[in-house]
Design a binder for this molecule. Structure first.
Ligand code: PEP
Length: 249
Protein backbone atom coordinates (compact mmCIF):
# COMPACT_ATOMS: atom_id res chain seq x y z
CA UNK A 1 0.00 0.00 0.00
CA UNK A 2 1.50 3.32 -1.07
CA UNK A 3 1.31 6.49 1.02
CA UNK A 4 -1.99 8.33 0.79
CA UNK A 5 -1.92 11.58 -1.19
CA UNK A 6 -3.72 14.55 0.36
CA UNK A 7 -4.11 17.42 -2.11
CA UNK A 8 -5.51 20.87 -1.33
CA UNK A 9 -7.10 22.74 -4.24
CA UNK A 10 -7.56 26.32 -3.12
CA UNK A 11 -9.32 27.31 -6.36
CA UNK A 12 -9.69 31.14 -6.56
CA UNK A 13 -9.17 31.61 -2.82
CA UNK A 14 -6.19 32.85 -0.79
CA UNK A 15 -4.12 35.63 -2.32
CA UNK A 16 -0.43 35.96 -1.37
CA UNK A 17 -1.10 37.43 2.09
CA UNK A 18 -3.63 34.75 3.05
CA UNK A 19 -1.44 32.01 1.54
CA UNK A 20 1.50 33.10 3.72
CA UNK A 21 -0.69 33.20 6.81
CA UNK A 22 -2.23 29.80 6.01
CA UNK A 23 1.21 28.23 5.62
CA UNK A 24 2.46 29.81 8.83
CA UNK A 25 -0.45 28.18 10.72
CA UNK A 26 -0.29 24.90 8.82
CA UNK A 27 3.43 24.41 9.44
CA UNK A 28 2.98 24.82 13.18
CA UNK A 29 0.04 22.39 13.20
CA UNK A 30 1.35 19.71 10.82
CA UNK A 31 4.86 18.41 11.32
CA UNK A 32 6.71 16.65 8.52
CA UNK A 33 5.43 13.09 7.96
CA UNK A 34 6.97 10.35 5.87
CA UNK A 35 3.81 8.28 5.58
CA UNK A 36 1.78 10.59 3.33
CA UNK A 37 2.22 12.97 0.43
CA UNK A 38 0.74 16.44 0.86
CA UNK A 39 0.14 18.77 -2.10
CA UNK A 40 -1.09 22.35 -2.36
CA UNK A 41 -2.57 23.99 -5.43
CA UNK A 42 -2.66 27.75 -4.76
CA UNK A 43 -3.70 30.31 -7.38
CA UNK A 44 -0.90 31.36 -9.72
CA UNK A 45 -0.70 34.76 -7.99
CA UNK A 46 -0.26 33.18 -4.54
CA UNK A 47 2.08 30.44 -5.75
CA UNK A 48 5.38 32.19 -4.92
CA UNK A 49 4.15 33.32 -1.50
CA UNK A 50 3.04 29.77 -0.63
CA UNK A 51 6.26 28.23 -1.99
CA UNK A 52 8.43 30.71 -0.10
CA UNK A 53 6.50 30.11 3.14
CA UNK A 54 7.14 26.36 3.02
CA UNK A 55 10.63 26.41 1.48
CA UNK A 56 12.05 24.46 4.47
CA UNK A 57 9.45 21.71 4.09
CA UNK A 58 10.59 19.65 1.11
CA UNK A 59 7.91 17.10 2.06
CA UNK A 60 5.21 19.48 0.76
CA UNK A 61 4.60 19.55 -3.00
CA UNK A 62 3.36 22.71 -4.67
CA UNK A 63 1.35 22.62 -7.86
CA UNK A 64 -0.65 24.86 -10.18
CA UNK A 65 -4.35 24.59 -10.94
CA UNK A 66 -4.04 24.94 -14.70
CA UNK A 67 -1.58 25.36 -17.57
CA UNK A 68 -1.79 26.16 -21.27
CA UNK A 69 -0.54 23.46 -23.61
CA UNK A 70 1.68 25.77 -25.66
CA UNK A 71 5.14 26.65 -24.35
CA UNK A 72 4.79 30.40 -25.00
CA UNK A 73 2.98 32.89 -27.18
CA UNK A 74 0.00 35.20 -27.52
CA UNK A 75 -2.31 33.58 -24.95
CA UNK A 76 -3.26 36.45 -22.66
CA UNK A 77 -3.98 35.36 -19.11
CA UNK A 78 -2.42 31.91 -19.48
CA UNK A 79 0.76 30.32 -18.07
CA UNK A 80 2.74 27.48 -19.63
CA UNK A 81 3.90 24.25 -18.02
CA UNK A 82 7.54 25.38 -18.33
CA UNK A 83 6.72 28.63 -16.50
CA UNK A 84 5.00 26.69 -13.72
CA UNK A 85 8.00 24.36 -13.43
CA UNK A 86 10.35 27.35 -13.36
CA UNK A 87 8.30 28.86 -10.51
CA UNK A 88 8.77 25.66 -8.50
CA UNK A 89 5.61 23.68 -9.30
CA UNK A 90 5.98 19.91 -9.37
CA UNK A 91 2.38 18.94 -10.16
CA UNK A 92 -0.57 20.38 -12.11
CA UNK A 93 -4.32 19.79 -12.08
CA UNK A 94 -5.61 18.97 -15.56
CA UNK A 95 -9.28 18.77 -16.48
CA UNK A 96 -10.71 19.91 -13.16
CA UNK A 97 -14.50 19.96 -13.49
CA UNK A 98 -14.57 23.74 -13.20
CA UNK A 99 -12.19 24.00 -16.18
CA UNK A 100 -14.38 21.58 -18.14
CA UNK A 101 -17.81 22.86 -17.18
CA UNK A 102 -17.33 26.55 -16.30
CA UNK A 103 -14.69 27.32 -18.95
CA UNK A 104 -15.81 24.83 -21.58
CA UNK A 105 -12.55 22.92 -21.89
CA UNK A 106 -12.63 19.74 -23.95
CA UNK A 107 -11.00 16.33 -23.57
CA UNK A 108 -8.68 17.17 -26.47
CA UNK A 109 -7.41 20.16 -24.48
CA UNK A 110 -6.78 17.94 -21.45
CA UNK A 111 -4.74 15.56 -23.62
CA UNK A 112 -2.58 18.46 -24.86
CA UNK A 113 -2.17 19.80 -21.30
CA UNK A 114 -1.11 16.38 -19.97
CA UNK A 115 1.46 16.13 -22.76
CA UNK A 116 2.74 19.69 -22.15
CA UNK A 117 3.02 18.99 -18.42
CA UNK A 118 5.12 15.87 -18.86
CA UNK A 119 7.34 17.59 -21.47
CA UNK A 120 8.08 20.28 -18.89
CA UNK A 121 8.72 17.86 -16.02
CA UNK A 122 5.43 18.50 -14.23
CA UNK A 123 3.32 15.59 -12.99
CA UNK A 124 -0.28 15.87 -14.21
CA UNK A 125 -3.24 15.02 -11.99
CA UNK A 126 -5.95 14.25 -14.57
CA UNK A 127 -9.40 14.91 -13.10
CA UNK A 128 -12.38 12.96 -14.43
CA UNK A 129 -15.98 12.72 -13.31
CA UNK A 130 -19.57 12.58 -14.47
CA UNK A 131 -22.42 15.09 -14.18
CA UNK A 132 -25.51 14.18 -12.14
CA UNK A 133 -27.78 13.54 -15.17
CA UNK A 134 -25.10 11.25 -16.61
CA UNK A 135 -24.97 9.27 -13.33
CA UNK A 136 -28.77 9.11 -13.19
CA UNK A 137 -28.84 7.84 -16.77
CA UNK A 138 -26.38 5.04 -15.88
CA UNK A 139 -23.63 6.63 -18.00
CA UNK A 140 -21.13 7.45 -15.23
CA UNK A 141 -18.61 4.71 -16.08
CA UNK A 142 -18.78 5.38 -19.81
CA UNK A 143 -18.21 9.11 -19.25
CA UNK A 144 -15.24 8.55 -16.96
CA UNK A 145 -13.68 5.97 -19.28
CA UNK A 146 -14.05 8.30 -22.26
CA UNK A 147 -12.45 11.17 -20.34
CA UNK A 148 -9.58 8.86 -19.37
CA UNK A 149 -9.07 7.48 -22.86
CA UNK A 150 -9.10 10.90 -24.51
CA UNK A 151 -7.19 12.69 -21.73
CA UNK A 152 -4.33 10.17 -21.75
CA UNK A 153 -4.21 9.89 -25.53
CA UNK A 154 -0.99 11.87 -26.05
CA UNK A 155 1.02 10.29 -23.21
CA UNK A 156 3.51 7.44 -23.33
CA UNK A 157 2.78 4.53 -21.01
CA UNK A 158 5.80 5.60 -18.92
CA UNK A 159 4.20 9.02 -18.38
CA UNK A 160 0.84 7.49 -17.47
CA UNK A 161 2.61 5.24 -14.97
CA UNK A 162 4.03 8.25 -13.13
CA UNK A 163 0.97 10.52 -13.03
CA UNK A 164 -2.11 10.71 -10.81
CA UNK A 165 -5.81 10.43 -11.56
CA UNK A 166 -8.54 12.16 -9.54
CA UNK A 167 -12.11 10.89 -9.69
CA UNK A 168 -14.32 13.86 -8.92
CA UNK A 169 -18.03 13.34 -9.60
CA UNK A 170 -19.21 16.80 -10.65
CA UNK A 171 -22.39 16.52 -8.59
CA UNK A 172 -20.25 16.18 -5.44
CA UNK A 173 -17.91 19.13 -6.00
CA UNK A 174 -18.66 22.07 -3.74
CA UNK A 175 -22.20 20.80 -3.15
CA UNK A 176 -21.82 19.17 0.27
CA UNK A 177 -22.87 15.84 -1.33
CA UNK A 178 -20.07 13.30 -1.02
CA UNK A 179 -20.02 10.02 -2.91
CA UNK A 180 -20.25 7.12 -0.50
CA UNK A 181 -17.02 5.18 0.05
CA UNK A 182 -18.67 2.32 -1.87
CA UNK A 183 -19.50 4.58 -4.86
CA UNK A 184 -15.98 5.99 -4.87
CA UNK A 185 -14.44 2.54 -4.55
CA UNK A 186 -16.54 1.17 -7.43
CA UNK A 187 -15.50 3.95 -9.82
CA UNK A 188 -11.88 3.77 -8.71
CA UNK A 189 -11.93 0.04 -9.52
CA UNK A 190 -13.19 0.87 -13.03
CA UNK A 191 -10.37 3.40 -13.44
CA UNK A 192 -7.79 0.90 -12.11
CA UNK A 193 -8.98 -1.74 -14.56
CA UNK A 194 -8.61 0.74 -17.41
CA UNK A 195 -5.08 1.62 -16.25
CA UNK A 196 -4.22 -2.07 -15.96
CA UNK A 197 -5.14 -2.45 -19.62
CA UNK A 198 -2.54 0.21 -20.44
CA UNK A 199 0.15 -0.52 -17.87
CA UNK A 200 -0.35 -4.02 -16.49
CA UNK A 201 0.72 -4.36 -12.86
CA UNK A 202 2.30 -0.88 -12.89
CA UNK A 203 -1.27 0.44 -12.73
CA UNK A 204 -1.29 -0.41 -9.03
CA UNK A 205 1.26 2.37 -8.42
CA UNK A 206 -0.83 5.13 -10.03
CA UNK A 207 -2.55 7.01 -7.21
CA UNK A 208 -6.30 7.47 -7.79
CA UNK A 209 -7.63 10.29 -5.62
CA UNK A 210 -11.26 10.93 -4.73
CA UNK A 211 -12.59 14.50 -4.67
CA UNK A 212 -15.99 16.01 -3.99
CA UNK A 213 -17.04 17.72 -0.74
CA UNK A 214 -14.57 15.76 1.37
CA UNK A 215 -14.67 16.99 4.98
CA UNK A 216 -12.99 16.17 8.28
CA UNK A 217 -15.94 13.89 8.94
CA UNK A 218 -15.79 11.89 5.69
CA UNK A 219 -12.03 11.78 4.99
CA UNK A 220 -11.25 8.65 7.02
CA UNK A 221 -13.98 6.45 5.57
CA UNK A 222 -13.18 7.54 2.00
CA UNK A 223 -9.47 6.91 2.49
CA UNK A 224 -10.24 3.47 3.88
CA UNK A 225 -12.19 2.49 0.75
CA UNK A 226 -10.53 0.06 -1.63
CA UNK A 227 -8.68 1.72 -4.55
CA UNK A 228 -8.95 5.18 -2.94
CA UNK A 229 -5.31 6.26 -2.69
CA UNK A 230 -5.85 9.82 -1.60
CA UNK A 231 -8.13 12.85 -1.54
CA UNK A 232 -8.39 16.05 -3.58
CA UNK A 233 -10.05 18.62 -1.36
CA UNK A 234 -11.41 22.08 -2.19
CA UNK A 235 -13.51 23.88 0.41
CA UNK A 236 -12.29 21.89 3.41
CA UNK A 237 -8.65 22.68 2.57
CA UNK A 238 -9.06 26.43 3.00
CA UNK A 239 -8.54 26.70 6.73
CA UNK A 240 -5.27 25.51 8.19
CA UNK A 241 -6.81 23.76 11.22
CA UNK A 242 -9.34 21.78 9.18
CA UNK A 243 -6.81 20.86 6.52
CA UNK A 244 -4.27 19.77 9.14
CA UNK A 245 -6.77 17.42 10.65
CA UNK A 246 -7.60 15.94 7.23
CA UNK A 247 -3.86 15.50 6.57
CA UNK A 248 -3.57 13.74 9.92
CA UNK A 249 -6.39 11.31 9.02
C1 PEP B 1 -12.10 20.27 -5.86
O1 PEP B 1 -11.97 21.48 -6.02
O2 PEP B 1 -11.41 19.50 -6.50
C2 PEP B 1 -13.09 19.79 -4.89
C3 PEP B 1 -13.24 18.51 -4.75
O3 PEP B 1 -13.80 20.75 -4.21
P1 PEP B 1 -14.72 20.49 -2.90
O4 PEP B 1 -13.90 19.67 -1.95
O5 PEP B 1 -15.01 21.87 -2.39
O6 PEP B 1 -15.94 19.77 -3.35
Amino acid sequence: MQHPVLAANWKMNHGPTEAREFMRRYLTLSPRRNDRTVMFFPSDLAFSAAAEACRDRSDLLLGVQNIHWEDKGAFTGESSAAMARDAGARVVLVGHSERRHVFGETDAMQAKKCAAATRAGLTPVLCVGELLPQREAGQAEAVVLEQLTLGLAELSTASVASMLIAYEPVWAIGTGKTATPADASAMHAVIRTHLRGLLGEKALAVPILYGGSVSKGTAASLLAAEHVDGLLVGGASLDAEGWSSIVAT
